[in-house]
Design a protein around this ligand. Structure first.
Ligand SMILES: [Zn+2]
Length: 379
């Protein structure tokens, strides 16, 4: 049944999220959740509280890492968020090891940005180069599975590498560019299963030509091991500082020779075509809506600015054709095969085996609930 179109009166989320709900004021569940329910997040603290919490956090990281060569891991992609995080980490006097996943889709600009950042900040860089043939087959499997989750192989691999590297180096902190200000809204229905190794494996078993032998992954047990036994913590550093994206861009351009690539997460050639063409064309999901709505909630732009930004085309037509050609050449598929993939009926995470309804997921939820009740929130 087709639902009548509705857009939120406060942000710009709309019924392209099939699970969106609106209250009597016409405000959606997303911005309402962000503005009301997340008051306990560091992001919402006053500048003084943030400063105090950050000082405590940095002191703890330094203390825990004093016998190591490094005291934390930072993920670097060449994008604004992770580059600015790297800059801030060094400003705070920490000794990070930068970790990057080369999944075969880095743009030239992102590679240059990463090199410049590490050189200018004198930070050691560990790059994990993924087995391209295996990864290509997995990405194609996700496209054939026809769910809106084709970025999950990259996301899952990056997080796995960060945790495994932290474990290997004996470090307790992963400092990431993920943040509440620019990423507080992302509809569940638009992407699911980031941590779900069972989902990834089931897609590959059904649609892949190869067995996954070296793909970096974490099972539920490994996730529990990292969290509860090794006590490795994920820190959204940008939530502890006043993060203004435009200001951050200016600082890293000036201090680190960072160069802009023109959009959120477009440092990857695959992300560019996936977010700007495949997702909106096939699923009618335009991630700019979630990103701009997050910025409205953070007070960094107003609703009119977001609506005006949405009027800009996602792709220049000539560039789109060029990028589709690049993608099908990388995947070694024909244009006909790509068009067939685009015509496949959309499916969802729920159409494939996953952890969500398994007994160990319930156990994990239960354990997590008990632990958060027993321990007070620490930084
Ligand atoms: Zn809203």
């Amino acid at each position: 049944m087709n639902r009548m179109y509705q857009i939120c009166n406060r942000c710009i989320m709309d019924t392209s999220d099939p699970e969106i709900t609106f209250d009597s004021n016409g405000y959606c569940n997303h911005c309402t959740r962000v503005l009301k329910e997340h008051r306990n997040e560091p992001y919402c603290f006053s500048p003084e509280q943030k400063k105090k919490r950050l000082e405590m956090l940095v002191a703890t990281i330094k203390k825990r890492g004093k016998n190591n060569r490094y005291d934390c891991i930072i993920g670097v992609s060449g994008g604004v968020d992770s580059s600015y995080t790297a800059y801030q980490v060094k400003e705070l006097g920490l000794r990070p090891l930068a970790v990057h996943l080369d999944n075969g889709w880095d743009s030239e600009l992102s590679v240059m940005n990463i090199e410049n950042i590490c050189k200018k900040l004198s930070v050691d860089l560990f790059t994990y180069v993924i087995d391209w043939e295996e990864f290509k087959d997995l990405q194609l499997s996700f496209l054939k599975a026809s769910t809106p989750d084709s970025e999950i192989p990259s996301d899952h691999a990056i997080v796995s590498i960060l945790y495994k590297k932290a474990q290997k180096e004996g470090l307790n902190y992963i400092i990431a560019g993920t943040n509440f200000a620019t990423e507080s809204i992302l509809p569940h229905s638009w992407s699911q299963g980031h941590d779900d190794w069972k989902y990834i494996r089931s897609i590959q078993n059904k649609f892949g030509k190869m067995r996954l032998k070296s793909f970096p992954h974490r099972s539920i047990l490994q996730r529990c091991y990292h969290k509860y036994i090794k006590r490795i913590k994920w820190i959204n550093l940008l939530d502890y500082i006043e993060y203004d994206k435009e200001m951050a861009k200016k600082i890293i351009a000036q201090k680190l020779d960072w160069r802009d690539y023109g959009g959120k997460h477009l440092e990857s050639n695959y992300t560019k075509i996936y977010q700007s063409y495949i997702l909106p064309e096939k699923f009618e999901y335009d991630k700019r809506k979630a990103h701009l709505s997050s910025l409205i909630c953070a007070g960094q732009i107003n609703r009119k600015q977001a609506i005006d930004t949405m009027k800009e085309p996602l792709y220049a037509k000539s560039q789109l054709e060029e990028d589709i050609l690049y993608l099908i050449n990388k995947f070694s598929i024909s244009r006909k095969e790509f068009d067939e993939i685009m015509r496949l009926p959309p499916k969802s995470y729920r159409d494939y085996p996953n952890y969500a309804n398994s007994w160990y997921a319930s156990l994990h939820k239960g354990v997590k609930g008990c632990i958060s009740k027993l321990t007070k929130r620490t930084i």
